[in-house]
Design a protein around this ligand. Sequence first.
Ligand code: ADP
Ligand code: ADP
Length: 229
Amino acid sequence: MASLSLRKLVKRYGHGAKASQVLHGVSADIADGEFIVIVGPSGCGKSTLLRMVAGLEEVSDGEIAIGSRVVNTLEPSERDIAMVFQNYALYPHMSVYDNMAYGLKIKGLAKDDIRSRVEKAARILELSALLERKPRELSGGQRQRVAMGRAIVREPQVFLFDEPLSNLDAKLRVQTRLEIQKLHRELGITSLFVTHDQVEAMTLAQRMIVMNAGRIEQIGTPDEVYAAP
Ligand code: ADP
Ligand code: ADP
């Protein structure tokens, strides 16, 4: 596990006269194990920030460090990060076990290591009895848990959540939110969670980052943020 440090992050899209700057020096120190929720209006740069941490988007200026390791130039696969997206697409023809194991097989992990990681994730997510099923034989909530299992088995130092609940119906949204809280209690992985839902932010955040137009306007506990004038 590790802290996450964002240092004067700048992002420009495009070049020359067409360049537009969407992040203007974003800095934050996130403690080891902290759960941070990032909120802010559409287009303020939340997703760009997350994608930069994941290594899916180049950093124009500034630095990202996980623990003491600066990761700016590392490939996504070398960053010890797992990202959970809105779109929880599972491989329909693969079993639950294989859905969770797939990324590890690609990485070339030893079979025994893969098996023990998948079994551990399945225990935490209460999927142990379902490992041989196909996605179509699962409930919506179970599918969500398999998708999270795919992220957990990577044993990342940082979790990134890009509005993972926004496409779910109300019941599943609450279920999955509780599941994410439970996961964080058990694994304590440093997490960045983007949402535009205030209830999600208040219930999940240890601290919130409020962004606007490519800048951080406020960082604090939900109480501090919502108490501010
Ligand atoms: P949010 O996640 O807060 O809605 P984004 O990070 O998606 O915001 O977008 C921030 C700004 O960057 C927006 O103005 C968006 O149009 C712009 N942007 C995002 N991706 C690209 C891209 N690939 N090329 C050019 N501009 C982009
Ligand atoms: P392979 O690499 O060919 O998948 P494994 O020996 O890892 O070989 O597993 C064979 C199959 O058995 C897997 O594809 C998976 O569907 C299933 N399997 C492996 N371990 C478990 C397990 N702990 N629980 C349920 N199914 C498993």
